[in-house]
Design a protein around this ligand. Structure first.
Ligand code: SAM
Length: 290
């Protein structure tokens, strides 16, 4: 087998050979450390029964590790300039398919049905382009794809927010949104030095294990997320004030106070102290069919 892509030397060679220049606007920070990649594969739990979806293969650093461990790999890459490079770096693997498409526009459900029929499970593994981390992840989660887990390198601050628990300074509506669909945990923090070029922010590997069912039952999901957002509206304000602001015109403070009391939630609390279960109770109390 040829040498790993993810070393500073080989990466530079490849980039030079093809005269490739990084596009900052596409979040191109390539991994140049094989150990980090092996750790990502381990955290994801990839074996020959797994179909792996990669977003943004770059020059194939992670893709080749996936190809060596997974049953099949499908990688979405938006940058056409990388296709000839990937042809070369992944040439020896017959279980990899690169699709030149924007992941936000791709029909991932269709791709799963087409490519992963014979495999037991599907996992997303990626070093994501940081400028669209949240849209990519939320789209994958909300589309309720038949995915087992997502293991992704993202900006540390965003990983912390997605995995945060109540009363943590990172806890917010994004924590609830992600944890409604998954069990989230930060698997490891990663230094800037393992990327070329080095990004300006710190990174973490976030592991999201898909839930079979949401951890709470709500009358209306859209309304639930709306109430969560409202509750976190202005972080220093109480639940009472944030809700009063949100429902202004529909409900006065006294009515809001009564709703809160009916579900045993103190109006003086702050959004950041509420568990998902409390948010569900809260949203359901305020929900009306009309
Ligand atoms: N996987 C490689 C690695 O770890 O070295 C590259 C990771 S780099 C952080 C992100 C990659 O995502 C780049 O190759 C970039 O071109 C690609 N990308 C950016 N936006 C994308 C999109 N909307 N859809 C698919 N790929 C995208």
């Amino acid at each position: 087998k040829s040498k790993a892509v993810a070393t500073p030397k080989r990466t530079k060679e490849i980039l030079d050979t093809y005269g490739f220049s990084f596009k900052k606007s596409l979040g191109q920070n390539f991994l140049i450390d094989v150990n980090i990649l092996k750790n990502i594969i381990d955290h994801a739990g990839i074996d020959s029964t797994t179909g792996a979806i990669e977003i943004g293969p770059g020059i194939g650093a992670l893709t080749e590790q996936l190809a060596q461990n997974a049953g099949k790999v499908v990688a979405f890459e938006i940058d056409q300039r990388l296709l000839p490079i990937l042809d070369e770096t992944l040439g020896e693997y017959n279980n990899v398919q690169v699709i030149n498409e924007d992941i936000l526009k791709a029909d991932v459900k269709e791709v799963i049905a087409e490519h992963f029929q014979s495999l037991e499970k599907v996992k997303v593994v990626a070093n994501l382009p940081y400028y669209i981390t949240t849209p990519i992840l939320m789209q994958l989660l909300m589309n309720r794809l038949p995915i087992d887990s997502l293991t992704v390198m993202i900006q540390k601050e965003v990983a912390d927010r997605m995995a945060a628990e109540p009363n943590n300074k990172s806890y917010g509506s994004l924590s609830i949104a992600v944890q409604y669909y998954t069990e989230a945990r930060v698997a490891m923090n990663v230094p800037k030095t393992v990327f070329m070029p080095q990004p300006n922010v710190d990174s973490s590997v976030l592991h999201l294990q898909m839930r079979e069912n949401p951890p709470v039952d709500v009358k209306n999901e859209e309304f639930f997320f709306e109430v969560v957002k409202a509750a976190f509206g202005q972080r220093r304000k109480t639940l009472m004030n944030n809700l009063a602001r949100h429902f202004k015109g529909d409900m006065d403070k006294q009515a809001i106070r009564m709703k809160l009391e009916s579900v045993d939630i103190e109006p003086s609390r702050r959004g950041e102290s509420l568990t998902m279960e409390e948010f569900a109770r809260l949203a359901d109390a305020f929900y009306s069919e009309d």
